[in-house]
Structures are given as structure tokens and as C-alpha cells.
Design a binder for this molecule. Structure first.
Ligand SMILES: *[C@@H]1O[C@H](CO)[C@@H](O)[C@H](O)[C@H]1NC(C)=O
Ligand SMILES: *[C@@H]1O[C@H](CO)[C@@H](O)[C@H](O)[C@H]1NC(C)=O
Ligand SMILES: *[C@@H]1O[C@H](CO)[C@@H](O)[C@H](O)[C@H]1NC(C)=O
Ligand SMILES: *[C@@H]1O[C@H](CO)[C@@H](O)[C@H](O)[C@H]1NC(C)=O
Ligand SMILES: *[C@@H]1O[C@H](CO)[C@@H](O)[C@H](O)[C@H]1NC(C)=O
Ligand SMILES: *[C@@H]1O[C@H](CO)[C@@H](O)[C@H](O)[C@H]1NC(C)=O
Ligand SMILES: *[C@@H]1O[C@H](CO)[C@@H](O)[C@H](O)[C@H]1NC(C)=O
Ligand SMILES: *[C@@H]1O[C@H](CO)[C@@H](O)[C@H](O)[C@H]1NC(C)=O
Ligand SMILES: *[C@@H]1O[C@H](CO)[C@@H](O)[C@H](O)[C@H]1NC(C)=O
Length: 691
């Protein structure tokens, strides 16, 4: 019947087999696809889920892209188009359904999609799931699907030109030392894929998540969100269950919904006859409150405060008319979260309370698991990074806004390990367009991601952007001459669009419009505070590469430090995975200069070392090794010094009202290639920095 059970497990979707002949059907189209570029004469097999760089490597068209200068040598890949196609077979069982969809869980990024040579849609946002109605286009037997990808580098340039007829949305490009590409802020794609100060540019293309056909007469249960709140007066938890169903040609969906909650202490089961029709937002949504006695559940606690106890929630829908069943199985956690911003003598506090206990946040910022989105799904790598964070006694990771919304397995592991997640939306270090088309795409993205991620207890705050309030206020991109235009756009995007959509889908978590921000303080200043880095409100990002990193007096006394750090070089062993020439390992050699994307990076590294150590002798044969080692010592010690200061100010307030610091997230946990960066865990060798 073409049903791949393993695949459905991955989707979290279990199709029961009792009424197989009346069943909805899911047919995976993952696996081998044909990849072509006619103009360049390439034709080879690709793998889905995957991407063009991994496919080209597997077919030996290009070598290891992480080697030496291959990021530059292979840049041509991103500037041409690529066609992915597949022949697949459709049987009567599929065609008998009134709804037949072709679903892409993730397409990176611009493409035209064809079925049997008929265009069925276009795509432009790698962070949304695309569902195309293909019922009119399929035929019995052999069919073809083709995704014609368009270069994101060329597409972003076109969009930039079009927008610039009104006014320019800066920056015009990433800094020259990134060796990157321009205008990524005009497209909804991993912002770091066009280059960053810690990583290479690989403007990827591809089908980076599962692709499948789904066929049904009634509907499919797609997402379940859970609003869990405590009713102290009644001694119960209120679990508001929100079940979202897939688009259907039926106007009214009738069926039976079975909800089972299995906690460590009890099992609760409820059966409902439901009738669902589209709400004002065009969604098929059914909502019900379930009361769970406090004594039935153990609390979910962050690492260091107790067990991260999880319960299993099984939601099964069976349609009345066709007995079509679909099911979602989730692990949920019972906990409360609050971001406490109480007024104090000068400013406001800024700290998280979980289950009414103030939490001192300790942790790091995580950048994408891989610079290639398809490799970022690797569970082994994710497990290694999150386990390392837990083992180092961290209790929070910030999923930074220049990467991707991470994979389901990422958040599942965070839930299990008791790691709190600060979740940014994917906007970083830029101004962004706010035309109607762009905002519609962002709305779809926020809706999809919040519906997908909401139930995870690990996520404790949504934040709309990385550093964009500070960038605007401090004129990083020359926006001051037209400040009011960019401020209007800031509010349109992060307040009227992102925040509005988030609160519609999840009113159970705090929301911030940026990081750093003054939180309520910024709100009171119409969302762009005079000083978004204020020590008296919200969070700060602190970087000063001129100071002696060991001098604790030079670190700010703020409410919460969500970024701070210093660069170091990777170990010799790590560097030798990216070059086989041991003469390449000096900071004056072309290889390491090529990989230094931070302006003045080595000058600052010199300075940080020389405050504490005698710089190694350049003429000594051990210079490279010694320099690398020294850079790591001063990085580790400086981060330790900063962190200890932030922790020491937990309970203190000074004369001017600074203090009550309740969070320390250093920059950055991981790396995507072997290069000088702020990371404490390199590739592939692990150095856990502070325990
Ligand atoms: C779906 O509905 C169509 C049209 O009503 C019907 O012919 C078909 O048998 C139904 N398919 C299933 C699998 O129930
Ligand atoms: C993709 O296929 C279309 C239709 O055959 C063709 O016009 C186009 O040139 C192809 N693109 C590439 C990159 O091969
Ligand atoms: C491509 O994949 C198909 C189907 O799996 C296989 O039959 C064929 O041999 C592969 N071609 C190459 C060149 O590997
Ligand atoms: C708690 O439950 C009582 C009784 O059902 C209800 O009146 C009250 O609004 C609930 N409080 C909260 C915070 O949900
Ligand atoms: C659902 O409806 C059916 C048919 O009307 C009825 O037999 C059944 O008792 C109802 N179940 C619930 C839980 O209300
Ligand atoms: C569920 O509970 C929430 C929070 O107590 C309340 O706001 C909402 O109206 C309730 N919804 C339903 C359908 O009863
Ligand atoms: C995932 O990463 C591990 C460790 O880097 C590697 O050994 C493994 O082959 C990868 N798995 C897949 C499916 O790519
Ligand atoms: C300011 O915006 C106006 C359009 O509103 C534009 O004509 C002008 O060039 C902009 N100035 C700068 C310096 O960007
Ligand atoms: C490094 O590898 C390249 C091929 O990948 C080879 O040509 C070169 O000789 C190697 N260099 C050293 C120092 O081994």
C-alpha cells in the first residue's frame, strides 16, 4: 500500500491499521531523486532529505566543502539553479481520496514545483511547510514531481533591487571579511548561510526535510499545542488542548477524539465527539480544557533544580464518515514559567521563575548545528552538543536568530535533559523589508513554527530578533537619517506581525521583541529604547576586545547577560581536519587569515593573550602550537571571570541600582567549521569549558 511505517513514526504520526482499506494514506517520496543542471551538464542521484552541497560531495563533483578554501571554490554552486525530480507510482488506493496533497516539510528556499510538468506552486521560505493540492494532476501509475530551485544569491539580489526603488533596507552586504554574499535580509532563509563572523557562506538549496503524499477524505490531525497553567485555588492544572487539523474539502469535520494522558503517577483518558469547521483565521481548530489534579503529575524542572519529568499525551482522531484515523503522540511537561520584570528602585528585575522558583540562568548560545541545514538534523551531533551542555551544568541554551528553528529531535532532547530554551525568531543583525508579501511569508512562518514547537516545556521565551533593536538605535547600518521609517518597520515586523501571531498561537510564554532589549522598559519607549543595553532593564550583550578579560571590574553589572565572549583558535587536531598542511596553522598564514571573519580578530587575540601571558616567540618552531594553546587559555579564563562576576551579582545591588544579575549565557557553544571563533566546543573535538 506504499505506507512506510518507519516514516510515519518520524512524523509523530501513527496510522492504525484496523481499517486499512478506509484509511488515510501517507506515501513517502524521500530517497533517491535525480539532480540536474542542464546548462553545466550535471546529472546525478541526490538524496532527500538533503541538499545540493551534500549531493555534489557524495557524487564527487566537488570535494569536502569544509576543506581549506573550498567555501570559495564551490561558491558557483549557489549561483546556478538546480532541478530535483523523481518518478513515483500512485495506486488506486491514493486516487480514491477527495484530498490528495503533496507535502514538503522544508524547501530551501526558492523553487517552482511541478507535477507531471504542470506547475503546482512556488516556494520562498525555508521555514514553512508547503502543502499543495495535487488531486487534479495525479494519474494512476507513474507520475513525476520536479522541484526547480532558483539560486538564493541571485534571487535575493533581485528582491533587494525591487525594494530599493522605495528605500534601501540595509545592510547592503555582510562585511568583506565574511567572504559572504549580499542581501540575505531580503529572503526567509538561514541568515548565516550567506556568511557570518564565525562561519563560511554556503547559500544552500534543496529539499531539506521530508516530502510525502497524504490522501484522505476527512482530515488529518497535524499539530497539538498545550497551554498548561496552574490553578492554585483549585489545586489543579488546566491543560488547554488545541488540536489543529489539515485543510479539507469537507466543510465540517465530524469524528471522535480520544485524548490519553499518561503521567508518572496516573492515566487520564477522555473521549469526545467533535465537530470542527473553519474558524475566522481559516483554521480547523478544536479546543478543550482538561483538568489534571496536581497530585497526578510530577513537575518538569530545569537541570540542577529537579527531574525534567515528562508525561505522554496521545491524541487520536477517527473521522465519523470514513473511519480515518490519525494520531499524535507528544511528551509534555507540567511547569509554569514567568519572566519577572518587577519595578525596583532603579529599573526593573529580569529573571525567569520556573514553578515559582527564581532560576539563575547558566548556559550558552547555540549557532546552527551545521551550516548545511540538512546536516543540522543529525541526531548524534545534537545529542552530543546538548548532553555536553547538560554535563557542564548549563540550564539554558539560546537558539540564536541567525540560524534555523531547530529540528524536532533538538527540542525533544532539550525537554529530556532539562535544558531551558530561549527561542529567537530568525531575524538577526539587519533591517528587514515589511512589504505585504514579506509580512505574509513571516506570518506563515511564525504560525507554522509556533504550532510545531509550542508543546515543548523546554522553550521558556520567544524573542523576535537578534540585536535589531540595538542595531537600529545605535545606527549600525546608517539608518539614522531615516530613523522614523526604520522604526516604523521595526514595529510593523516584530510587534504587529511576529508578536501578534505568537500571542494568537501561544499566550503561555513571555515574549521579547529583541535581544538585547529592555523588555517592558523598551515597550514603554515605543519598542526602541534609548539604550537597549541598559544595565537596569532586560538583557545585555557585552563585547569589549580591548580590555583585559581577567579584570572582573570591567564587566557590566546588568540584570541578565545573554551574550559575552572572546575568540580563540581551534586545536591543532581540529585544524588538521580542514587542512593537511601543518604550515597553515599560523595566524599569519593565508589559511587562517582566510578563516578569520572577524575584523581585527587576531589583533584582539594578541591583546587578550598579552595582558596575561608573554606572547610566544614568532621565530620559534613551536609558535603556532603555543599561540593556539594560549588563545584557548585566555578565552576560557576570560569567560570564567566574566561568568563568575555575573553570578556574584545575583543578590547584590550597588549605589546606583545595578545588580540582581540572574543570567549568564556566553557566546557561543558550538562551531560549524574549523576556524577562529567564540566557541567552546570545536569540530570535531570536544572541549567543555566550564563546569
Ligand atoms: C472517499 O470519498 C469518495 C467520494 O465520496 C469515495 O468514492 C471513496 O470511496 C472514499 N474513499 C475512502 C478511502 O473512503
Ligand atoms: C530545469 O528544467 C527546466 C525544464 O526542463 C529547464 O528549462 C531548465 O533549464 C532546467 N534547469 C536546470 C538548472 O537544469
Ligand atoms: C541512481 O539511483 C537509481 C535508483 O536508486 C539507481 O537505479 C541508479 O543506479 C543510480 N544511478 C547512479 C549513477 O548511481
Ligand atoms: C480556577 O478554577 C476556578 C474554578 O473552576 C475558576 O473559577 C478560576 O477562574 C480558575 N483560575 C484560573 C487562574 O484559571
Ligand atoms: C458520540 O456519538 C455517538 C453517536 O451519536 C454516541 O453513541 C456516543 O455515546 C458519543 N460519545 C460521546 C463520548 O459522547
Ligand atoms: C480554557 O481555560 C482557559 C484558561 O483558564 C480559558 O481562558 C479558556 O476560556 C478556556 N477554554 C474553554 C474552551 O473552556
Ligand atoms: C551524524 O553525525 C555522526 C557524527 O558526526 C556521523 O558519524 C554520522 O554518520 C552522521 N549521520 C548521518 C545520518 O549523517
Ligand atoms: C530616506 O527615505 C526617502 C524615502 O522615504 C528616500 O528618498 C531617501 O533617499 C532616504 N534617505 C536615505 C539617506 O536613505
Ligand atoms: C594535501 O592534500 C592535497 C590533495 O588533497 C595534496 O595534493 C597535497 O600534496 C597534500 N599536502 C600535504 C602537505 O600533504
Amino acid at each position: 500500500m506504499g505506507i512506510n511505517k518507519w516514516f510515519m513514526k518520524i512524523l509523530g504520526l501513527v496510522i492504525l491499521e484496523r481499517h486499512l482499506s478506509f484509511c488515510l494514506m501517507i506515501q513517502s517520496l524521500d530517497g533517491t531523486w535525480n539532480v540536474k543542471n542542464i546548462q553545466k551538464g550535471y546529472k546525478f542521484n541526490g538524496t532527500v532529505p538533503g541538499g545540493i552541497y551534500t549531493d555534489l560531495m557524495h557524487n564527487n563533483v566537488i570535494g569536502d566543502i569544509f576543506y581549506e578554501y573550498e567555501d570559495i571554490n564551490t561558491r558557483w554552486v549557489s549561483k546556478v539553479n538546480w532541478n530535483y525530480s523523481k518518478i513515483f507510482f500512485v495506486d488506486e488506493g491514493v486516487l480514491l481520496h477527495t484530498n490528495i496533497h503533496l507535502v514538503f516539510d522544508g524547501l530551501d528556499t526558492f523553487s517552482n514545483v511541478f507535477v507531471n510538468n504542470i506547475k503546482i506552486g512556488t516556494t520562498e521560505n525555508m521555514f514553512v511547510r508547503y502543502v499543495f493540492d495535487v488531486a487534479p494532476y495525479l494519474s494512476l501509475g507513474s507520475n513525476t514531481v520536479e522541484v526547480r530551485f532558483i539560486s538564493p544569491v541571485i534571487k535575493s539580489r533581485e528582491l533587494f533591487k525591487k525594494q530599493s526603488e522605495e528605500y534601501v533596507v540595509p545592510p547592503l552586504c555582510v562585511p568583506a571579511e565574511y567572504n559572504g554574499e549580499c542581501h540575505v535580509n531580503h529572503i526567509r532563509k538561514m541568515q548565516a548561510s550567506f556568511g557570518w563572523d564565525w562561519g563560511p557562506a554556503f547559500p544552500s538549496m534543496g529539499i531539506w526535510k521530508n516530502v510525502y503524499l497524504q490522501a484522505y477524505n476527512s482530515t488529518i490531525l497535524v499539530d497539538v499545542t498545550t497551554f498548561i497553567t496552574l490553578n492554585d485555588t483549585e489545586n489543579v492544572w488546566n491543560l488547554q488542548l488545541n488540536t489543529y487539523f489539515e485543510e479539507s474539502k469537507n466543510n465540517v469535520i465530524l469524528g471522535e477524539l480520544k485524548v490519553t494522558l499518561i503521567t508518572e503517577l496516573a492515566e487520564i483518558s477522555e473521549l469526545y465527539n467533535i465537530s470542527v469547521s473553519k474558524n475566522e483565521n481559516g483554521e480547523l481548530l478544536w479546543t478543550r480544557n482538561i483538568t489534571v489534579r496536581k497530585t497526578y503529575v510530577n513537575l518538569w524542572w530545569p537541570n540542577g533544580y529537579g527531574n525534567p519529568s515528562l508525561s505522554t499525551l496521545i491524541v487520536t482522531f477517527t473521522s465519523t464518515e470514513h473511519q480515518e484515523r490519525s494520531e499524535r503522540v507528544l511528551k509534555i511537561g507540567f511547569r509554569t514559567v514567568e519572566l519577572v520584570q518587577n519595578e525596583i528602585e532603579n529599573g526593573r528585575t529580569f529573571y525567569f521563575k520556573i514553578n515559582n522558583v527564581p532560576i539563575y540562568v547558566k548556559g550558552s548560545n547555540i549557532i546552527p548545528i551545521s551550516i548545511l541545514p540538512e546536516l543540522g538534523q543529525n541526531e548524534t551531533r545534537i545529542q552530543f552538543l546538548l548532553q555536553s551542555a547538560r554535563d557542564a551544568n548549563m540550564n539554558m541554551l539560546r537558539v540564536w536568530g541567525g540560524g534555523v528553528y531547530e529540528s524536532d529531535v533538538f527540542y525533544k532532547l532539550a525537554d529530556e535533559l532539562g535544558l531551558l530554551i530561549w527561542q529567537d525568531f530568525m531575524f538577526a543583525c539587519s533591517m528587514y523589508p515589511v512589504d505585504e508579501h514579506f509580512l505574509k511569508s513571516v506570518t506563515d512562518e511564525v504560525t507554522y513554527q509556533v504550532r510545531r514547537l509550542q508543546y515543548h516545556p523546554s522553550i521558556v521565551v520567544w524573542a523576535a530578533s537578534n540585536e535589531n533593536e540595538a542595531a537600529l538605535r545605535q545606527n549600525w547600518y546608517g539608518t539614522n537619517t531615516n530613523f522614523s521609517i526604520y522604526k516604523r518597520d521595526f514595529k510593523t515586523l516584530y510587534v504587529d506581525t511576529v508578536q501578534k501571531e505568537v500571542l494568537l498561537k501561544d499566550n503561555t510564554r513571555p515574549f521579547l521583541t529583541s535581544s538585547p532589549t529592555n523588555g517592558i522598559g523598551s515597550q514603554r519607549e515605543d519598542y526602541v529604547a534609548k539604550d537597549p543595553q541598559s544595565h537596569f532593564y532586560g538583557d545585555v550583550h557585552f563585547y569589549n576586545y580591548l580590555i583585559d578579560g581577567f579584570k572582573q571590574s570591567l564587566y557590566p553589572i546588568s540584570r541578565f547577560a545573554s551574550e559575552y565572549g572572546y575568540q580563540s583558535l581551534p586545536s591543532v587536531e581540529t585544524l588538521l581536519t580542514a587542512t593537511n598542511d601543518s604550515n597553515n596553522l599560523g595566524i599569519f598564514d593565508n589559511f587562517l587569515r582566510h578563516r578569520q571573519h572577524h575584523l581585527f580578530g587576531y589583533i584582539e587575540m594578541d591583546l587578550l593573550i598579552s595582558y596575561q601571558l608573554k606572547l610566544p616567540d614568532y621565530n620559534s618552531p613551536n609558535f603556532n602550537k603555543a599561540y593556539i594553546f594560549y588563545s584557548q587559555i585566555v578565552q576560557a579564563m576570560s569567560v570564567k571571570m566574566a561568568t563568575e562576576k555575573f553570578r556574584r551579582w545575583r543578590s547584590n545591588v550597588n549605589d546606583i541600582g545595578e545588580g540582581l544579575t540572574m543570567g549568564a549565557l556566553y557566546w557561543q557553544l558550538n562551531d560549524v567549521w574549523a576556524a577562529p571563533s567564540w566557541s567552546s566546543i570545536g569540530l570535531p573535538i570536544c572541549i567543555v569549558l566550564f563546569a
